[in-house]
Ligand binder design. Sequence first.
Ligand code: SF4
Length: 308
Amino acid sequence: MQCGKCGQPAVLVLQHGNLCKKHFLNYFEDKVFKTINRYHLIGRAENLCVATSGGKDSLTVLHLTQKYLKKYKLKATLFALAIDEGIADYREKTLSDLQEFCKKNKVKLKIVSFKDEFGLELNQAFPKFKTNTNKKPCNVCGVWRRYLLNKYAKKFGAKLIITGHNLDDEAQVILMNIFKANTKLAGRLGPISGTGEQEGFIQRVKPLYFCTEKEVRLYAYLKGFKVHFAECPYSQQGYRHHIQAMLNDFENQYAGTKQGIINSFLELLPQLKQAEPTAQIKVCKRCQELANQDVCNACKLKEAIIHG
Ligand code: SF4
């Protein structure tokens, strides 16, 4: 296989042609920068928080955000924020990769942990939940991660959170919402999450929105990022895992399926945003963070563990 642009050996086969290493890297970076420009994901002179884990997606988005700021001579400051859930034999490895990456690339890194915030790691919290509720590790992890990300991005002065969600992640969550009849929440998805107008809620943006998981993996590999490619040991218990397997199977048989889901969704997004219910945002009585009810979900989970 040869690159359709220069005849060198190809590293990736795309629907519209093959690409060598150099042309793939150009194609990928161009796609990410076009997404940022098209959706105005990064404004001027902001303090940016990049949500990081040390995995391929977060290292890629961190690297490309730095590159974007440099390319467009933007004066925004940037820091990486990582959440240590306390997942044995997994998170410590990705955090070690992240620390190395941040040191090498002179990125300020802040790490906050479940243990410090909620008094116990996910490894300790999950067994208690199993007996009390039918919650899976990802249910607990997702609520606490989102909570800490918003809380600490705000605390460290960020005006925007940049995440490494890729096209596969987004196609999965669109289907999950449909399968679980959560269509009212669908308006919150897309390259920009949230309105950015709610005080206390930091808007999230996704520069890798149109990059497939395979492309991000290849980019991280070709750039030589030190990445621990193993999956979280809990991931197979999650609902998303089954959707992911199904979608990958479909994609193998019908190339372009994931892109088709994203395209259809983006066409519907303006209507979905209009139909989105205006949630009454309150302040949690326990922690004073944003909540839909008197007590936020993160505090409810914590209390459920402590008090059984
Ligand atoms: Fe957390 Fe689930 Fe992701 Fe593991 S797979 S990091 S438990 S959300």
